[in-house]
Design a protein. Sequence first.
Length: 316
Amino acid sequence: MALRGIGVDVTLFASSDSVTEISRIGDHPSLDALERRYGRVAPGVPAALDALQLEALRLRLPEFDIVHAHGEFAHAALLGERRRRSLTTVHWRVDELDRALFFAGFPDLPVAAISAAQEAGIPPANRAGIVHHGIAADRYALRCEPDGHVAFVGRMTDQKRPDIAIRVARAAGIPIRLGGTIDVGNPDYFEQRVQPLLGPDATYLGPIDDTAKGALLGGARALLFPIDWPEPFGLVMIEAMACGTPVIAWNRGSVPEIVEDGVTGFVVTSEDEAVEALARIGQLDRRQVRRRFEERFTAERMARDYLAIYQRLLAA
């Protein structure tokens, strides 16, 4: 939508049950729709859906100036000679063997990093620029007077460490509310590491929709982001900032690019530092947190950054 807002003609390749106001191509339902209809589906279904969508793209490749892919791997082979007129955004870590094999096999595939931290793991031949994520400026509203809780939003997994968030909030004497899904790849983590810590001062809300997320983040004194992995971006950090809510985040991955220490939150390295940062959180101006979001992390800014890369690729 933001690209269309700055004059780019956009066609979205997506499932038939997608809801969008822009032109869409795709005759097949999403995995979610199939699971609602059939229950558990065969493990090969996602790959089959991906192949069907890529076939729809192959049939129409000459119609587009730029193909911007957000998928995994197969699109690079399909694009062939069109790779130089494409852009790939990887939304996961890039420091593991699958990505190393992928980049080595497609050195002519332009890749846009979502942070400088992520770009460091992308081979120079593939680097097309850095575009931080953005969200619509009106998606969340500034709230200047928060409630008494702190928030955690994310998957219940050892990468996101909700257990640490609970310990920090409890040590600071502040209630915490947690929203997010139980990681399907590691369900035991919630049962063994998170659930035993829940109580009157630590409430698990389960999966939350966008409206509930806005209420949770906007009402929070701070967002706790105690990641234990090389986070390539961390969208919830800018969602909190859009509400005026400062972020206390661990110094890993993209965090020091996103959180301006002492302005939009605090960057810490330990639980003790996080507890101490919570004691100072009232010193931060929530209006200033929102202003920095508007200056750095709107969807319009993201769209303009991508447009600049599209134009550079076409000129080359």
